[in-house]
Every structure is written in structure tokens, then in C-alpha cells.
Ligand binder design. Sequence first.
Ligand code: SF4
Ligand code: SF4
Length: 358
Amino acid sequence: MSIKELKDFAEDINKCSKCGLCQSVCPVYKETGNDCAVSRGKFVMLDGVLKGDLKLNKNINKYLDSCLKCGKCTDFCPSGIDVCKIFETAKYNYAKNTLTGKIIFFLESQFVFGNLINIFKLITKPLRKQTKGKTSNSLKLLYFKGCINNLCPRTDNYLYKIFKHSDIKIIEKDFECCGQPFLSSGNLERFEQVKKHNLKMLENCDFDYILTDCASCESTLKQYMDVKFINTGELTNLLGLKFKFPQPVKVTFHKPCHLTNDDFLIHLLKNCKNVEYTEMTGYDDCCGFAGEFAIKNRKISKAISDKKAKNILATKADYVITTCPGCILGLYQGLSKYKKAPKIISLTHFLAKANSSL
Ligand code: SF4
Ligand code: SF4
């Protein structure tokens, strides 16, 4: 598939009615009050670029970078504009012609990034337990680990602990990164490369669902894989698992921006004995991290994380649970300065703490 250029989105950019509704949901606009940081303002600039009135230069790039790619404006836009797709393309058009962009693209290449992950996969393989099916009718789950779980073997072992009595078979394939970091950096060529590779992994593979442990991976894969997905929480509900925790614990939940559906959570928590849930104010507000956004926009990122942290602390929970490794970093950014902060934990790790899953 050929990669689109910014000019291919001229019609979509013109669909923006400048209604300003995106301002009411954009975490960056709420923090900065700067119209250039939200989709409406960015479309005004990109329209100027397409008309030849403005240059796609580092000033415009700065505003393309001041976006969390949370997709909240896309969900809200009455004109139905696929906002992130346009920003990614603009970023690609800019970055591919700059020295910094070329260096980043090299670091993200299969040769550097891909091989680094492969080395970790190899080193950590003996440390990982594998969940094998018990019968020929096992539920077959093709596991998309994601880069973080490829670096660190713990999640495989949590899955083993949670599902060791269930009749499920976890199938492993040699997937590459889902591609999310490459979309953010505008490295659309690398994105197409991993997409092609990952789709190839599905060929001749018999499975019921793709199992994920990261909301961002899942939402990115859904852009190009037309299959059924399931996350750890949904899987425990499907299998009817019940959990008993050794001591009473209070928990709250941070909903990652990329987690499209969290209906599973309440049902799951009802099946957790000794767990008391409190919903935090703004439980679906962004954590402020979003990978390179946090590096390029330190102050804004910290301010968004700080707000989140205050809402978490108000719940007086022992644990704040989430389903995205990136959000774990964002929550840590906000909570790390507090001595008595709740522990930040992935849902899979939390469930593995139960002393029984039946
Ligand atoms: S919500 Fe959509 S149509 Fe309205 S200003 Fe924002 S991008 Fe434009
Ligand atoms: S994707 Fe999120 S951060 Fe970026 S403009 Fe839209 S609402 Fe704002």
C-alpha cells in the first residue's frame, strides 16, 4: 500500500467546521489554552501549508508534537475527521526530510529497534512460563506481547499463574512491534513494514482471539487486523474465573485513552473477593505520558500527570490498576513524589496476586 501525503487529506482538513468542540476534550488544550495545540488550530495551519501560505517547518512540527495521540478529539468530532491519521501524515512529510527525523527513523529500524527486541526475546525465553492447553478443544489465544512484555518476562508468568487451571492455549508468533511508536514519530514506512510482517504472522494460524495486555497495542493492531481481540480482563470474564485476595485491598482504575471498551471491569471486580473498588474522578482522563510527548513537552506532560495523581490519591486506594504499560509510566510521573501513594499495577499483575483463581 502506498503511503499517503498530506495533500491527500485536503478534503478531510476542509471538513473541519471550526466548531471548537475538540477543545472541550483535548487534554493539551485544557492545560495550555493554546488553539494551535488542538486539532482545530492544527488544521488551520495545515490548510495554510496545502495552500502554500505556510511552510511545514519546525514551528508547525512543534505543534504536531504537542499532541498525545489520545484520539479524544476524533471520537468527539462532529465532522468525523480521522484527526490522528492527518497529524501522522503531516509529521511524516516533515520528519522524513530533516536530519533529526532521519536519525529517529534509523533508531526505529528493524536493524536497530527490531534486533534489540529480538535479543531481549532470546535472553528472556528461559525465564518465561508458557500456558499450554489441556485438551484438543482448548480456547486458542494468539498472544500479542508488545515490546514491553518482550523486554520483560514477568507478564508471561502472571498469565501462567492466572490461567494455569483453565483450558486455554497461548500461541506465540514472531510478531514485531504493533507500530504505535512509528505512527507517533511519523515513520510511516516503518509502520507499513511492521504491519505487513504482523499480518503475515496471522496466515495459516488457527486461533480464536488475539490476546493483548496493552490497550495501545490493541488499538493500533485494530487499525489493520480484522480479527477478534480479547484482553486479560475480558478473558477472565469469558472463562468465569473468580479471584480471592489474601487481604482486603482498595483499588481504583485508570482507563487508558486507547482502551475502547472497559465494560469488562465491573464484572471482573465483582468476581474478586476482598477487593473494594472506588472510581476516581476523571478515571478516563489521559495520564499525560504518550511516549515521546512526555520527552518533548515535559511541563505539559507533568501537569496532566499531576492532575491525574490528585484524583488517584483522593480515592485512598492501595492500588491503581491500568491496562497499558505507557500509562504506568504516566501514573508514576504524577505519583512518584508522594510518599504514601497507591501502588501502580497492570491488571494482569494485579490478578496474579490473588491466591486463587477458580
Ligand atoms: S471538533 Fe472537529 S470539526 Fe470541530 S473544530 Fe475540532 S476538528 Fe474541527
Ligand atoms: S489527539 Fe488528543 S491531544 Fe491530540 S489534539 Fe486530539 S484530543 Fe488533543
